[in-house]
Design a protein around this ligand. Structure first.
Ligand SMILES: [Zn+2]
Length: 340
């Protein structure tokens, strides 16, 4: 396992300071699996001002399509050959087709009737139950023999900075034969790694991170938590790899609880930095991908300038797909470890 980085230094003269010569380090990290590059630079204290949530949320329930009876009136239904009852329901959680689908089978799962749930109020049992509900949906898709029943993916955009246009907490749920770009890169690179090394990259990564210790957080059941070596988020990424699980449908009930427990720890610590928004994606292979391990990636989202609404994605990330993280993942690990 090679953790490579190209170290750089910027030399500046700061006329108002003594000494005027300032040296600012930065580095370009190379993802050990895909070769994707990630910049660790633009250093700042990971502390943000949270908005006034009462003002932010006020009135948004009035036009929320997921609130109250509207979720049963305004949302579409699945065709009968896929989900005969139209929408799936479990308690107050509902799964229905995504009106703006990204693929043939695109659904939305709402966490329940509550319109606004602060990040720190998601309990492990609630999140595990929501994930379990999406697995029920995926099993129905698989049982229908649909050709798109290949990769079963859950994405979570929590709150507007992460790309959510609604406050009401929900998951993006889709089954697809077309792996998203970065997941496909990982699948291809994992296969190559397996052929070259006769071992699974993900098992080797867990072993290396566990031995190294500076990015490993904790093992919870079969899930291994760590800060990503080459993160995509400006405040780092947290990775959870599930031992022996190749795909979403390999996840057991205890795995879902363990994943949800780890997530709640991560959320609690990022909350202390003023973060209140995140993306979370499932990365999955198929049941036949012995070279792959199911993992989820949690990536906090924020603004470069909250006052101006400047997002944390600029030209470097958007057009070069070159990422920027504003602290060393090893330091972020120290900050997150408190919760684990
Ligand atoms: Zn709502």
């Amino acid at each position: 396992m090679k953790f490579e980085a190209i170290k750089k230094e910027t030399v500046m003269l700061m006329p108002q300071k003594e000494p005027a010569l300032q040296r600012t380090p930065s580095e370009i990290r190379i993802d050990p699996l895909t070769g994707r590059t990630a910049r660790i630079c633009h250093f700042m204290k990971l502390a943000w001002e949270k908005p006034d949530f009462e003002t932010l949320v006020a009135g948004t329930d009035a036009w929320c399509p997921f609130c109250g009876e509207k979720v049963h009136q305004l949302t579409p239904c699945f065709p009968e050959d896929l989900i005969a009852e139209g929408r799936m329901q479990k308690g107050d959680m509902v799964i229905f087709p995504n009106m703006a689908p990204y693929d043939s089978i695109g659904a939305v799962a709402i966490f329940g009737a509550r319109h606004y749930i602060p990040m720190t109020e998601f309990t492990p049992s609630h999140m595990a139950s929501a994930f379990g509900f999406t697995l029920d949906f995926f099993r129905r898709v698989a049982a229908s023999g649909h050709p798109e029943s290949v990769y079963h993916i859950v994405n979570w955009n929590y709150m507007p900075p992460a790309g959510s246009s609604l406050i009401h907490p929900h998951l993006q749920v889709f089954s697809s034969s077309s792996a998203p770009y970065l997941m496909q890169l990982e699948l291809d690179a994992s296969r190559r790694y397996f052929e070259q090394n006769q071992s699974t990259f993900w098992d080797d990564l867990v072993a290396a991170e566990k031995a190294g210790g500076e990015r490993y957080l904790k093992q919870i059941g079969r899930t291994h938590w760590m800060t990503a070596y080459a993160p995509m988020g400006v405040a780092g990424d947290v990775l959870a790899v599930v031992e022996d699980a190749r795909c979403t449908l390999d996840l057991t009930e205890p795995d879902l609880i363990d994943l949800a427990t780890g997530l709640s720890c991560v959320m609690a610590e990022y909350d202390k930095m003023g973060i209140y928004s995140f993306n979370m994606n499932f990365f999955t292979g198929t049941a036949a991908d012995g070279h792959f391990r199911f993992h989820l990636l949690f990536s906090p989202r924020t603004f470069f300038s909250q006052a101006l609404g400047t997002p944390d994605v600029g030209a470097l990330r958007n057009l070069f797909n070159e990422t920027v993280c504003m602290a060393y993942p090893e330091e972020i690990n120290t900050m997150l470890k408190a919760a684990f």
